[in-house]
Design a protein around this ligand. Structure first.
Ligand SMILES: *Cc1c(COP(=O)(O)O)cnc(C)c1O
Length: 410
């Protein structure tokens, strides 16, 4: 008899965005003449830079000639891309890495899901609440939680972030082994200062914990003082793994490429307390379970660092950030309390007094034809909040904000 991994049965049945899509579909079928604007899903809409496309086309041509054809590449990525990453994403900020500390992958969704492989099941885990769902679900699947009770998994520490604590997770009193942090944050659109992040690095050092740092929105940071990488914090190389993706910056959500940094200083411990280099373990895991990312994709990612592509990316980011500003300022004007949206493409807003996230979702859909994401879908502390994204078109964003203003102006 084939028995299953019963941890999967602990997962909540319906995926948030599926529920939203179903509700929208149902409404549209009943109201076919209504124009619906979607500001819900966190996916980019601007095309990839021209130089990236050119580099990928050239790589395809190389594949057609036996002299330049490439078969299997290095499992953890080509050096030509790693060198660009180290030079442009780190050295520029005074952070030094060697090629073997950078691991190229088909996006960090994959890496975030797989990283749990190298850690023991009995590690304690902390996530923020609300949270990007992948950190939680991957730990539930791999057996680091109990069942869900009142919206929370037993055995997982939820670090509540809300307007009262400025959306900064507070240092727990208990000892946590694995801490997930994401800044700029999805879903709240808020950021963390170097001083606050330093507290986490110090906590991790003191408790021999690891910080799993998701920097997917680093390119959206507008404020010079906000850290782009956790390694800007002294001592972080000893306690943090960092995930970075080309998805939200260079429009790679469909192409698929990102990277994970596992510094050589980083160690984990055996039950007896012996140190083991995590870089070696991750390398072993990746070399065994992945045959790498396509050469074509990696050439495309390399071209992200050309001046021309950087200019296009900056323009796209400004485009999204203008939308975000339109949403934030437009909603504040009619009395909404909003958060984030200044260094991230997400606006997190408090729903009108006395309403729940899903009630506000229905109200917005039915009365103004705008789709967003209920905050409670990201965790119990998201109740009473709502997420709108700057990833729509300028025209649709302006139209949506006008409709919301019209409806809520009194
Ligand atoms: C989009 C997103 C990811 C996934 O990135 P991919 O590289 O496309 O897999 C990871 N983390 C956060 C917070 C995201 O919003």
């Amino acid at each position: 008899m084939i028995t299953i991994n019963e941890n999967f049965l602990k997962l909540e049945d319906s995926y948030l965005f599926v529920t939203i899509a179903n509700k929208v579909k149902e409404y549209q079928e009943k109201n076919p003449d209504k124009d619906i604007i979607k500001l819900g899903i966190g996916d980019v809409t601007r095309p990839i830079p021209k130089k990236v496309a050119e580099a990928m086309k050239k790589a395809v041509d190389e594949m057609t000639d036996s002299k330049t054809f490439r078969g299997y590449g290095p499992e953890v990525g080509y050096d030509f891309l790693k060198e660009k990453i180290i030079k442009n994403d780190y050295k520029k900020r005074g952070i030094k890495f060697e090629n073997y500390e950078v691991f190229i992958s088909d996006g960090i969704g994959t890496d975030i899901g797989n990283i749990v492989d190298i850690f023991a099941k009995y590690n304690t885990v902390a996530i923020t609440d609300p949270v990007y769902p992948a950190y939680l679900d991957t730990n539930v699947m791999s057996g680091r939680s109990g069942c869900i009770v009142d919206g929370k998994y037993e055995g997982i520490t939820y670090l509540e972030v809300n307007a009262e604590n400025n959306f900064i997770p507070q240092i727990p009193t208990e000892k946590i082994d694995m801490i997930y942090l994401c800044f700029p944050n999805n879903p709240t659109g808020t950021v963390i200062t170097k001083e606050e992040l330093k507290k986490w690095v110090d906590y991790a050092k003191e408790n021999q914990s690891i910080i799993l740092y998701d920097a997917a929105y680093e390119a959206y940071i507008q404020d010079e003082s906000i850290p782009h990488s956790i390694y800007e914090i002294e001592g972080a190389k000893e306690v943090a793994i960092e995930f970075k993706s080309y998805s939200k910056s260079a429009g790679f959500t469909g192409i698929r490429c990102g990277y994970t940094v596992v510094p050589k200083e980083l160690v984990g411990y055996t039950k007896e307390g012996n140190k083991v280099q995590l870089n070696k373990m991750w390398n072993r895991r990746q070399s065994t379970k992945s045959n790498g990312v396509s050469y074509i994709t990696q050439r495309g990612a390399e071209a992200v660092y050309t001046k021309s592509a950087q200019n296009e990316i900056e323009k796209n980011i400004q485009y999204y950030m203008n939308n975000t500003k339109t949403i934030k300022e437009g909603l504040e004007k009619v009395g909404f309390k909003t958060f984030g949206g200044e260094n991230a493409p997400y606006v997190w807003l408090k729903v009108p007094e006395g309403k729940k996230s899903w009630e506000f979702f229905d109200e917005l859909l039915q009365n103004v034809g705008v789709v967003g994401t209920p905050g409670v879908g990201f965790g119990p502390s998201g109740e009473g909040y709502f997420r709108l994204t700057g990833f729509g078109t300028k025209e649709n964003t302006e139209k949506a904000v006008k409709r919301i203003q019209e409806y809520y102006k009194n």
